[in-house]
Every structure is written in C-alpha cells, then in structure tokens.
Design a protein around this ligand. Structure first.
Ligand code: ATR
Length: 276
C-alpha cells in the first residue's frame, strides 16, 4: 500500500484534460511493487499556464520528475534544459527528471516503450517491412524508434497526407539511409501493420486499413488500450493474422518512465539544449 511520509519523493503528470490518464494508477502500482517511496499525482494544467507551472516546478525540491501528456509534449521539449540523445530528434518528450544539479532532463518513451513491448512478446523488428497508419504524436515517436531498430522499409499512411510527408522529411533528415515511403504499399508487402491513429477507440470507427491487408503473414499491432480488442485487432485475428495488444506498449512505457524519473536508467550523457 502507498504510504506517504515527509521523505516521499513526489512525481506528477501534467495534462489537459487529465481525468482520462491511466498513468497514476500504473506508476503508483509500480512504486509499491518495487519498494520505491514515491507518489505520482495528476495535475490539470492548461497550455496557457504550462510555461509558468514548468518554471515553478523547479522550486519544488522533492518533485523529482514529471510526465507530460496532451497538449504539452512539444512545449516541454523546448523548455527542458537537456534532452536524452535517443529523443533529441523527435521534437517532443513525455517525461522529465531533475538531475543532481537541479536541471530538467527530458526524454520521450512512447517509441521506446512500443519497441520494448514488441520485444517482450518475442517480436523482432530488424529487416521488417512496416506499414504505419497515422502521423500524429504517437506515430512520430514510434516511427523514430522503428528506424532506430533497423527495419527494412517504413510506409506511412495518414488521412492528412501533408503530415505523412512532414514525418518522412523529419525521419530521413536524421536516418539518412532509411527507406521511408508515403502512402499505402500493395497488400501483402508489409510484415507488420501498426494502428497509430485514434480509429478504434469507438465501436463505430471504420477500420484504419482495408481488410485485404490483414493476412496470416501479418503482425497487426495496436496502441489503443481501451478497448483492448479494437475492431482492427478483431478483424485481423479473424483473418488469421497475429495480433499485439496496446497494453504491452503502456506497460513498458511505465517501466521506462519510472526508471528514468527515479534515475535508475543507464543513459549516457544528454544533449544540451536551450540553456547554458
Ligand atoms: P496521438 O498523440 O494520440 O497520436 P494525434 O496527434 O491527434 O494523437 O494523432 C491522431 C492520428 O489519428 C492522426 O494520424 C490522425 O490523422 P490526421 O493527421 O489526418 O488528423 C488520425 N485520425 C484521427 N481520426 C481519424 C479518422 N477519422 N480517420 C483517419 N485518421 C484519423
């Protein structure tokens, strides 16, 4: 059970809205399970007040770290004193920790958690042809992590094509030899299809991809947590495809963010940004 004392290290999650976040339950459970004397609380902060709250957080000395969610991920990247190298090219972060000198270090764990989640289920990415559906915040972090894993080719399909092209430009700038295509490949080309759109949260949502892409040779990957079985996964399973649930990504993200904020990670060095 959570037992808060004067020594308890404090963590927070800032977002707007905040009621829907699952991180407090998961991270506080993680703290209890690992015997960490810490607590994480949800704090409702609007974009208008975020800069002020971020600066004020520097003065709360037992606040060891915080998570940021929609709509703060990009602004937090700009406000941090340093960014870990793995996140330096993404332009957004989701966790911050205070180092020994009081500097705020940012890291993005959406993509790393995604890749780790696949690995814990025995799925390898190296050499694979991957179709990424979506080009929003989650898709961007996932795309960077996929290329870092040495996939063979990434196809990006998004309703708003300009965002897919912008993501391709960002990716190829940082991964020069990467094969990145905008648009749908022919069916049966992709080994892995990832739904990183918000389609599937509601029963009435259409499928994010045509059914003929979902063959027994495909691994269909979801990042939506609720419902656990989206229509994308249900249809993929009916068609004989392998499926991978959204919960695996979240579990690994929570572990990575907790280790990062509690400074148990082994990150070597950080990139200097903004402040001297
Ligand atoms: P997140 O941070 O969760 O990724 P986001 O940045 O708002 O959220 O991205 C949502 C993604 O779902 C985007 O790729 C979005 O497509 P657009 O870039 O065209 O907006 C996609 N998406 C949301 N609703 C959609 C719909 N009805 N049909 C197709 N794609 C949709």
């Amino acid at each position: 059970m959570l037992h808060i004392t004067g020594d308890t290290r404090v963590f927070a999650i800032f977002g707007d809205p905040i009621r829907q976040v699952k991180t407090p339950e998961l991270l506080n459970h993680y703290f209890v399970e690992h015997g960490i004397n810490g607590v994480l609380v949800p704090l409702h902060v609007s974009a208008d007040n975020f800069d002020e709250v971020f600066e004020a957080a520097r003065g709360i000395e037992n606040l060891d770290g915080f998570i940021v969610t929609v709509p703060h991920k990009k602004r937090a990247f700009e406000l941090c004193d340093e960014i870990i190298p793995a996140s330096a090219n993404i332009g957004a972060i989701n966790a911050i920790r205070r180092n020994g000198e009081g500097r705020f270090i940012g890291g993005m764990f959406d993509g790393l958690g995604f890749v780790q989640g696949l690995k814990t289920q025995g799925h390898q990415l190296s050499g694979k042809k991957v179709l990424l559906l979506g080009a929003g915040g989650a898709a961007i972090a996932i795309a960077h992590a996929l290329l870092a894993e040495g996939i063979d080719c990434l196809f990006i399909h998004n309703r708003t094509k300009a965002k897919a092209h912008a993501l391709k430009a960002q990716l190829t700038e940082h991964h020069e030899s990467a094969r990145v295509e905008v648009g749908m490949p022919e069916p049966k080309i992709a080994d892995i299809i990832i739904n990183a759109t918000s389609l599937g949260m509601h029963d009435s949502d259409p499928l994010p991809v045509a059914e003929d892409f979902l063959t027994p040779a495909v691994l269909a990957v979801e990042i939506i947590m609720r419902p656990a079985m989206t229509r994308f996964l249900t249809v993929a399973e009916q068609k004989g495809a392998h499926i991978h649930l959204g919960k695996h990504m979240l579990k690994e993200q929570v572990r990575l963010m907790a280790d990062f904020m509690c400074a148990k990670d082994t990150q070597e060095g950080t990139c200097q940004l903004n402040r001297p």
